[in-house]
Design a protein around this ligand. Structure first.
Ligand code: ADP
Ligand code: ASP
Ligand code: MG
Length: 406
């Protein structure tokens, strides 16, 4: 008998009909002799609605109260699925994150899971129940409800699978696996049968929202067998996230193209070129809990230099206000910002053994007249910052350039 954790995303539980379909699939797995724990998201669009509602009262919602509100979306779907299972004659019980208990730290709206108590779940499974758990939420040591960041029910699913030492964690979504790039942008994108953890981590961190990055980190750390599948198809193996690259196969150089629209760039011009400026600028940004992504410091001349970095678009205004203050302290000339940028990245472990990938990428973009604003590389990825208007074109061109259409 296997123990399987199945996570269903928002579109898969968007209405009662779809919830009934999920119930049928879960019932089928249980009837095959498996123990099943189901983790659910809120109905699609629901979390956005709850956030908008909060913002009608408080423009900058208090994070603790926002978590109180956002966590309700998942509470609806778990109750409905438990009922749908009962209607099929399957014993089922739903639990909130707090009831399980999924213990997190107290970083409201982006809490981290510290531990999971599997006692209740085990007992229910032994008694023949399907256990249905609310994704995206936990509880801190003081009993406050917390949430795990947008897309966080992926992480709930994988963390539960790790805690239960499940045989497999299946992420059911509206695509039948991980593709070479978002199929909504490039219809020619191809489904991958397997992708390595390393590549999936890069893809997720660079904007491929098919899996929340923390879920991939968790799966890698606790060796959870992780698979992405469609909740709308009965056939298909989906995409398996694997620990190692397949040594028997000729690895493609590039496995996928990721992109992120959610970026903004800030530049401080005419900064006195002396030790400590990067610390003074980024220290102030870090103190405000703003994550910085790419960083560029230009070669100085005439005793001054320019310093640029990117942040999440939602934190653009806050970061700009901080830089305006720091500018005065440093005696810099000017702060300029641009929140109409995007980041496009090519990812592949095959890059390690193939030089020339970067130049191939830059040439392809140049041929289309696309100007590159910033570049950053690691062993297995190359990212460029571009004007937002080039996003779709750049993704399509790179997808073709690296032979991913075939
Ligand atoms: P869920 O609500 O099930 O969690 P998400 O919307 O979070 O679903 O994630 C699935 C979506 O991720 C797909 O519909 C697709 O548009 C998008 N996506 C982005 N990059 C990729 C990729 N490389 N492969 C597959 N899907 C991707
Ligand atoms: N409902 C939450 C969100 O929309 C969590 C999730 O869907 O994974 O972000
Ligand atoms: Mg998701």
């Amino acid at each position: 008998m296997a123990l399987i954790v199945q996570k269903y995303g928002g579109t898969s539980v968007a209405n009662p009909e779809r919830i009934k379909n999920v119930a049928k699939r879960v019932a089928k797995f249980q009837a095959q002799g498996n123990q099943v724990v189901v983790v659910l998201s809120a109905m699609s669009g629901e979390t956005n609605k709850l956030i908008a509602l909060a913002k009608e009262i408080q423009a900058n919602p208090d994070p603790r109260e926002l978590d109180m509100i956002m966590s309700t979306g998942e509470q609806v779907t778990i109750g409905l699925l438990a009922m749908a299972l009962q209607e099929l004659g399957v014993k089922a019980r739903s639990y909130t994150g707090g009831q399980v208990k999924v213990l997190t730290d107290s970083t409201f709206t982006k809490a981290r899971i510290l531990s999971i108590d599997e006692g209740n779940m085990r007992r229910d499974l032994e008694a023949g129940n399907v256990v249905v758990v609310a994704g995206f939420q936990g509880v801190d040591a003081d009993g406050n409800i917390t949430t795990l960041g947008r897309g966080g029910s992926d992480t709930s699913g994988v963390a539960l699978a790790a805690a239960l030492k499940a045989d497999e964690c299946q992420i059911y979504t509206d695509v039948d696996g991980v593709y070479t790039t978002d199929p909504r942008v490039v219809p020619e994108a191809k489904k991958l049968d397997t992708i390595t953890f390393e590549e999936m981590l890069e893809m997720a961190s660079l904007g491929s929202k098919v899996l929340q990055i923390r879920s991939v980190e968790f799966a890698g750390k606790y060796k959870v067998k992780l698979r992405v599948l469609s909740s709308f198809q009965d056939e298909g193996e989906g995409t398996l996230i694997t620990v190692e690259e397949d040594k028997n196969m000729e690895q493609p150089i590039i496995s996928g193209i990721a992109f992120n629209r959610d970026e903004a760039k800030l530049t401080m011009l005419g900064v006195p070129d002396k030790p400590g400026i990067a610390y003074q600028i980024l220290g102030a940004i870090a103190a405000a809990n703003i994550d910085v992504d790419m960083i560029i410091q230009n070669v100085g001349h005439d005793g001054t230099t320019d310093f640029s970095f990117t942040v999440n678009r939602g934190e653009f205004a806050k970061a700009q206000a901080i830089l305006d203050t720091v500018k005065g302290e440093l005696g810099a000339r000017q702060v300029v910002g641009d929140n109409k940028i995007c980041k496009v990245s090519a990812v592949g472990v095959g890059m390690r053994s193939h030089p020339g990938v970067a130049s191939q990428m830059f040439k392809a973009l140049a041929d289309e007249g696309i100007n590159i604003q910033m570049i950053s590389t690691s062993e297995i990825k190359i990212s460029v910052v571009l004007d937002e208007k080039y996003l779709e074109l750049a993704v399509r061109v790179l997808h073709r350039t690296f032979g991913l259409d075939q």
